[in-house]
Each structure stands twice: as C-alpha cells, then as structure tokens.
Write a protein that binds this ligand. Structure first.
Ligand SMILES: [Zn+2]
Ligand SMILES: [Zn+2]
Ligand SMILES: [Zn+2]
Ligand SMILES: [Zn+2]
Ligand SMILES: [Zn+2]
Length: 279
C-alpha cells in the first residue's frame, strides 16, 4: 500500500504512482516492462497472477528489480506531511526522511493494547493510561490465578469466581463424557453386529461341512459294502475253482486207470456209443 496522495504538498508525477493502489509508490519494485508498483501491492498480485497488471506481459517475483535511480531520487525528494498532521503536527519533510520523523513525532498516538479499549494515546500518556485502563487485565493479587479487569478490582470474589469456573469445567467435562460414551456405544453396536454376522457365516460353514461329512461317510460305507461283495464273489470263485479242479483230477484219474481204458475200448466196440458214454 502506497502513501496517500493527499499527504504530498505538490502535484505528483503519474510515473511515481503505483499501478495497483494508485497511491505514491512505497518500497517500489519495477517489472522488466518498466511498470512500477509498491512491493506489498505487486507481491499480493503475483500470488494469484503471473502477468504485469498494466500490460499483461508475463511476470514473476524473481523478475522484479529496484526502481531506476533517477525515479528513486525523484521519489525521495517529494515533500510529504507527517502522518500525525491531523493530530496537530506541522512537520513537512522529504519522503526519504519522513520515517525518521514519524518514529519520534510527539503527536504520534497509538491505540491502547487492552482488548475492548478504544483510547488513542500519545507517547507520554501511554504508561499512565495502562495503570488505570479499565479494560486492562491483571492476575488477581489474592492468588486465585484468574485475570481480572481493573474495573472489577473491588467486586472480584476469588471463591465465587473459582466455583463458577469449576462448575463450567464440570459441565464441559460431563458433556464431553456423554459424547464419548455415545461414540463408544455406537462403536460397540457396530462391532456386535459385525460379530453376529460373522458367527452366522461360520455356523453356515459348519453346517455345510457337516453335510459334506455325512455324504463322505455314506460313500465310505457303500465302498465298504461293495468291497465286501467283491471278497465274497472272490471266495465263491475260489471255491468253484477248487471244485472244478477236483472234478478235473477225478476225471484224469479215471481216464488213466485200466478199467476206464477197457470201458472206453468196449464202448468203441459197441454199436451204441451214446449208451456207453452215459455210463
Ligand atoms: Zn501500491
Ligand atoms: Zn508492465
Ligand atoms: Zn509529526
Ligand atoms: Zn485502555
Ligand atoms: Zn481472585
């Protein structure tokens, strides 16, 4: 933000005005296109833009340079009134030295720093005012630890104040506890629901495993039965084989014995071989 044009004694050259605030340049910086701005004005502009506000050419902070020396000299020589002229200061000096004057200007005033106090104070009134400012807070001299306003000095009652503070604290804590409890209950509910769902899921898995087991057991049972049947069949087969072997060996024995040979021979002689084979 520049210096208000009204504070200057003479007419100001257009070239010494900031292109943004239109006041006289304060801490000026110059773009490569030679447009000059207060450093606060152009830095604030470049936060959101990257062009010169006057001609829209590309511009970034590192491209900014100090003002040309001849312009700087013109600026420094401008005659400006003290900032406290409304308070009665008649001083007019060049821009280069105005800060030095204002730092020690006897008409300088500042607002009381106490919150709520609007008093404007000269240098000599400052300390004196702070002692009596009714908005100033000091620690209670009785050691309750509370900051009290000057105006409350007499009416302040440590015990009552502490009791109020304690009550306030207690109700705040109760509120917080209730809130936390509600949150915890919600959390517990959610977990409970989750566990119930999980349990149901596990239960259904157990059920399906159980039915799979039953089926497998049935399979084993039927396998066992068919094995048993096979064994029986094998046993019967073995018995039949033994019987056949026995018959075969009997037949062989009969064939090799002499009666049998004769009988065969007789049979061959007879005219009725069918009869003989029946014997
Ligand atoms: Zn400006
Ligand atoms: Zn420009
Ligand atoms: Zn002054
Ligand atoms: Zn005050
Ligand atoms: Zn107290």
């Amino acid at each position: 933000m520049g210096y208000d044009v009204d504070r200057f004694v003479d007419e100001i050259n257009e070239g010494l005005l900031c292109g943004i605030c239109r006041d006289v340049l304060e801490d000026p910086l110059q773009a490569p296109c030679e447009h000059a701005y207060c450093s606060a004005c152009i830095m604030a502009w470049l936060v959101q833009h990257s062009i010169c506000p006057e001609d829209r050419r590309p511009l970034t902070a590192p491209l900014l340079r100090p003002l040309f020396r001849y312009m700087r000299n013109d600026l420094d020589k401008l005659q400006i009134r003290c900032r406290n002229c409304q308070a009665g200061c008649q001083v007019v000096c060049n821009l280069e030295t105005i800060h030095r004057h204002e730092a020690e200007c006897e008409f300088h005033t500042q607002q009381c720093p106490s919150v709520g106090c609007n008093a404007m104070l000269g240098r000599d009134q400052f300390e004196e005012h702070l002692q009596v400012c009714e908005f100033r807070r000091n620690l209670c001299p009785n050691g309750c630890g509370l900051a009290i306003l000057n105006s409350e000095d007499v009416s302040h009652n440590c015990v009552a104040e502490l009791r109020n503070a304690l009550e306030l604290f207690r109700s705040e804590m109760i509120g917080k506890l209730v809130e936390q409890r509600q949150e915890l209950e919600l959390l517990l509910d959610a977990q409970r629901r989750h566990m119930t769902q999980k349990q149901a899921f596990l239960q259904s898995q157990i059920e399906s495993l159980k039915s799979q087991m039953t089926l497998a057991l049935q399979d084993v049972q039927s396998l066992r039965e068919s094995t048993r049947r096979h064994e029986l069949e094998l046993e019967q087969g073995a018995l039949a084989k033994q019987r056949l072997l026995a018959i075969i060996s009997t037949l062989q024995a009969e064939r090799s014995s002499p009666n049998v040979v004769n009988r065969t021979y007789l049979c061959r002689q007879s005219s009725t071989p069918v009869e003989s084979s029946k014997q």
